[in-house]
Write a protein of this length. Sequence first.
Length: 257
Amino acid sequence: MLPRPAQYLLRFDDLCPTISPRRWKRFLPLIEEFRLKPILAVIPDNRDLKLQVSRPDPEFWDLMRSLEFRGAAIALHGYQHLCQSWEASLLPLHRRSEFAGVPEATQREWIRHGLEILRGQNLTPRLWVAPRHGFDWTTLAVLRNAGITVLSDGFARVPVSRGGITWIPQQLWSPMEKSKGLWTICIHPNSVGREMVDELRRFLVKHAAQFTSVDRVLAEFDVSRMSMREQVYEHVATWRFQVSRFRRSAGRSSRAG
Ligand SMILES: [Zn+2]
């Protein structure tokens, strides 16, 4: 049974010391005002040039610690965010990724080192968020062995267990009203403007009481293997995502041409 009314989780991606402080810090008053407990997907050792848009913020790690203290869940967001593998991911949403198809020993080393960096900053990484949704069964085994048994990804409408890991679904990239189920809204602060802050505020004014946390999700949901119904739902949602991405890129190339 899908819970009614819908519950929402908020996730911020690509957090690292060189993120645009202007864009990212616009969301902080909302976190404060509505007492949100978001997932913070932190890149341990960012080398992605697209995410090096400012000088390293000397307050970045302090801010992460203080948000975690107030209930946010820290997620390991890959290792260096360099997506150089073309191998297939368990979630076929993007062509390239950092982890899918990478040899086990390398994945083990990246995850071990990534966790060590975050823990060295006195953070407690609790879950996994893959750059570009890219990971494979090997990643899941490596995460389990490293003691990380929860991830945020997939298009189901309730948390499910797969490969010995609890998958908390992530299906939205902007606020959207839903009647039932659990929905994670993922925001990339580096690439959204003030309109997203305003949109999120309007949504929160209406739905703040429906926002939950990773702790509550893990305590309140009876996580089991994915039902046939959710498998069909996820299949259709994945196909819809691919079609809309294809349309967007076709639109861009015809405009460019
Ligand atoms: Zn990312």
